[in-house]
Design a protein around this ligand. Structure first.
Ligand SMILES: *Cc1c(COP(=O)(O)O)cnc(C)c1O
Length: 416
């Protein structure tokens, strides 16, 4: 057993996802989200008392004997204390037992898929996945004999028909989706996957562990691009897989993934693990401001004549509003909209904001604007999964909301 496994062994603790449940169950030991985010895996350095565990910038570790390690670490691809600190933190904030940190979100996805898929298998994925996930599945895995069927998230009949085929072993979903923020009922999706003997994988990047814990609703694996809300400052790439007690081919999935992480090698380096860990500590307070600003902006945009449609799960008219209110503790920081004037107006709008930077990515403290059809989802061009070309996506940051509104107001006035 490695240090990662020992420190990450939190499986018996109470599943809770936010401060509310912590208050209603006062006798249990598991800390609330913000306490876990600040403290899990972050013990002060025993040698010096340094409050922040040092960054172990080392590739290898000296041993006491040829078969005797000093403290469980041998070589940093297999494990590094800075990565362990992040993995412990991630496991606890997602109500999982083990987490594995990778060099990017896509690297995490690739490690998971290569662990659980064999040539001849099929992945059923809810359409509206992140463009890079679509690219990985449809352009890379297709070359290795793995087919992917994309189904609209509302078409659960089609999903179940595909799940009934024994070659389908993985069900993949995001909620909220990117960029249209559709919501699926995670408990229902977990039941459908398990009834068919498939794994439910949930990409929880958009909600972040501060707002939603898919393992609590029955998911087998949570995927994160920690590049987004968890890192939170647009200064580091990273990815993570978090699991509970799921079993795959008679083996704990955690062991399968740990082997893949070591053997495949796409690990997070110590500096990246440190930055991600530092970001996660403040996610609880950042996400409140993201949600508050996004709600204000979504309501304000929905009232405007020059805006044709707004997608935000916090709006009561959003089709997934009730499910989101039940399974999330906030509606997130991403808002999508369709301006009047079609694709030309959408592009002109995205190119004319000043506080909102024109950029792919999301989840950082700074507001960003993007045109998904040509930017994040360019790889889906010409496929049924391509997002509408007149949609603009906002990643609403934590700035003063009045400044964000003034910026959008000026940019919208310019495209009229
Ligand atoms: C960005 C993103 C990814 C990919 O993560 P990288 O860190 O860019 O490799 C996966 N899923 C979602 C939802 C994302 O937004």
């Amino acid at each position: 057993m490695t240090a990662t496994q020992e420190i990450n062994d939190l499986g018996s603790r109470r599943p809770a996802q936010d401060g509310t449940s912590a208050r209603t169950q006062p006798s249990v030991v598991r800390p609330g989200f913000r306490t876990a985010a600040v403290h899990a895996g972050q013990e002060p350095d025993p040698l010096t008392g340094a409050v922040i565990p040092p960054i172990y910038q080392t590739s290898t570790f000296t041993q006491d004997g040829v078969e005797t390690l000093k403290s469980g670490y041998e070589y940093s691809r297999g494990g590094n204390p800075t990565r362990t600190a992040l993995e412990t933190q991630l496991a606890q904030v997602e109500n999982g037992s083990h987490a594995f940190a990778f060099a990017s979100g896509i690297a995490a996805e690739d490690a998971l898929l290569r662990s659980v898929l064999r040539p001849g298998n099929t992945v059923v994925a809810a359409a509206e996945t992140y463009g890079g996930t679509h690219r990985l599945l449809s352009q890379l895995y297709s070359r290795w004999g793995v087919e992917t069927a994309f189904v609209p998230p509302t078409r659960t009949d089609e999903r179940d028909r595909l799940l009934a085929d024994p070659s389908t072993t993985v069900l993949w979903v995001e909620t909220p989706t990117n960029p249209l923020l559709s919501i699926v009922d995670l408990r229902e999706w977990a039941e459908a996957a398990h009834a068919a003997g498939a794994l439910l994988v949930v990409d929880n990047t958009f909600a972040s562990p501060a707002l939603q814990n898919p393992l609590t609703w029955g998911a087998d694996v949570v995927v994160h691009s920690t590049t987004k809300y968890i890192g939170g400052h647009s200064d580091v790439l990273g990815g993570a897989l978090v699991v509970g007690d799921a079993v795959w081919e008679d083996q704990p999935l955690a062991e399968v993934l740990q082997f893949q992480q070591f053997a495949g090698g796409a690990v997070a380096g110590p500096q990246d693990a440190f930055l991600t860990s530092r970001g996660l500590k403040t996610l609880g307070v950042r996400i409140r401001q993201h949600c508050e600003n996004a709600q204000t902006i979504a309501e304000w945009l929905a009232e405007r004549n020059d805006v044709e449609r707004v997608w935000y799960p916090g709006l009561p008219e959003h089709p997934g509003h009730d499910v989101a209110a039940r399974q999330m503790s906030g509606f997130g920081g991403v808002v999508s909209l369709r301006v009047r004037g079609g694709e030309a107006a959408a592009r002109a709008f995205a190119e004319s904001t000043e506080v909102f930077g024109l950029s792919v990515s999301l989840g950082g403290v700074e507001s960003l604007i993007s045109h998904p059809a040509t930017m994040t989802h360019g790889s889906t061009k010409g496929t049924p999964e391509a997002p509408p070309s007149d949609v603009v996506r906002l990643s609403v940051g934590i700035e003063d909301v009045e400044d964000l509104q003034a910026d959008l107001d000026r940019a919208l006035a310019g495209v009229r």
